[in-house]
Design a protein around this ligand. Structure first.
Ligand SMILES: O=c1ccn([C@H]2C[C@H](O)[C@@H](CO)O2)c(=O)[nH]1
Ligand SMILES: [Zn+2]
Length: 130
């Protein structure tokens, strides 16, 4: 678990967060040993900001990875407590990562491991619009 967390902290250095000054890094690990990083990228039109974890999972998918190959995602910050993904990211992750995938949250001092069903119970998804 150290490697994915280290890579997420490396990604945190790439955050573009001139407005909030709150830098977040993320890293997706696949079962075949690939790692995809993301950082939060803000915009003067605040609502266009994209979170670190969405950028990381989109990077994985953009490289051809799909749900069954996603093993875990780490999300890191430097706050007093590990940050938990925002609602938009929970919705996106609920479609793009498996239920069993580990969601690892760390602030460098504490590590929490959870999963998407814990973070977003009774989620809305593709089955609901059949
Ligand atoms: O899980 C989270 C929570 C927040 N942010 C970003 C969005 C924004 O740039 C900044 C403050 O909300 O942190 C993330 O990247 N991931
Ligand atoms: Zn988010």
């Amino acid at each position: 678990m150290d490697k994915i967390i280290d890579k997420a902290f490396e990604a945190q250095n790439n955050a573009y967060a001139p407005y909030s000054k709150y830098k977040v890094g993320a890293c997706v690990e696949t079962y075949d040993g690939r790692f995809y990083i993301g950082a939060n990228i803000e915009n003067a039109s605040y609502g266009l900001t994209c979170c670190a974890e969405r950028n990381a999972i989109f990077a994985a998918y953009s490289d051809g990875c799909r749900k069954e190959n996603i093993k875990s995602i780490a999300i890191v910050t430097s706050g007093d407590v590990p940050a938990s993904p925002c609602g938009a990211c929970r919705q996106v992750l609920s479609e793009l990562i498996p239920k069993k995938a580990e969601i690892i949250l760390s602030n460098g001092k504490e590590v929490l491991v959870t999963d998407i069903e814990s973070l977003l119970p009774m989620s809305f998804g593709a089955d609901d619009i059949k």
